[in-house]
Design a protein around this ligand. Sequence first.
Ligand SMILES: C[S@@+](CC[C@H](N)C(=O)[O-])C[C@H]1O[C@@H](n2cnc3c(N)ncnc32)[C@H](O)[C@@H]1O
Length: 331
Amino acid sequence: MSKIKMLTPKAKAPARAGQKTRRARENVAAYAASAATANFVEYPSGRGRIIHGDCLDVLCALPSDEFVLAFTSPPYLNAINYAQHVDKIKGHVERWEREKVSYAEYREFLTTRFGELLRVVKPGGYNIVNIAPVGWNGERIALPFHFVAWMEELGWKFREDIIWEKSIARDRRSGVLLQHPFPGYYYPSLVSEYVLIFQKPATKKDRENIYWNRSAEEKKRNQIDLSDYQGEMSKNVWKIRPLSPQENTHPAPFPLELAERIIKLYSYEGDAVIDIFAGSGQTNLACEKLKRKHLGIEILKEYVAYGLKRLGRSCAKTTRLKFLLKPRSKK
Ligand SMILES: C[S@@+](CC[C@H](N)C(=O)[O-])C[C@H]1O[C@@H](n2cnc3c(N)ncnc32)[C@H](O)[C@@H]1O
């Protein structure tokens, strides 16, 4: 079994780009039918829910143009084998091994999912992705830069890059430079990541921005406090402390503060926000705090359970409910 299977549907092959799912487009009934065949389960939590399943299956079952904001950090190329990490937590293995997938497979994995995401985000809505260069086969891969080109090919419009400076991250480069303080003695510095901002283009002029068509009251209620976070909200370099393993048992969580900043800047209270690789549920948690509807999708049951626990819910109490989004009325 190829190891990339961990990241793809158990029973079904991923949809090909051409198939780009007309299926299950309009209504909750189609969603429910699709959920049954794709074998994913949804767990309600406050204003939203976490769905256990492959995000491609779930995305294919969602109505078009529903989410104002998508925020996520995708699984790393081959840095973390999430399934083995879970086995380690359970004591089944002593250490986890890196997962090996080809770069072409990884690109296909991401583009099929972010292509389908484009359909479910509202025109003018945002897709924001936390991503960083990766070490791969002894090389340093410029993943964020390739990723921008892949997203543009899919139809996403690139808007901005934010640099997340991990204020107290350990940097091996400084140690290496101490030993070999000579120009050209190369070791990559790992104290920052990118947060890339993309927008879904609108065909109708009046839908080009999520800011348009908001009432004065809504704007006032959602006004951004520019003194927040030492005034960093108006800049594109953000200093945020990364989480320690004691603070979150997921191996690659982003800080809650990162999710909060993004949600405050790119959505309004009551808007629907989606995280297609939800992990420990940080986006769900931040949305709950900031009064947004939220949907997190996560393929590993253990992380779903952990996310729900952090939201004050348990998997055991779950019943299948109607999806949080209403079907589109046909005109
Ligand atoms: C980088 S982590 C996200 C961490 C998350 N931002 C947090 O703060 O906890 C990526 C997550 O994607 C999940 N994942 C991998 N393949 C997936 C898929 N096909 N569908 C949904 N989730 C998937 C992994 O299990 C992992 O938890």
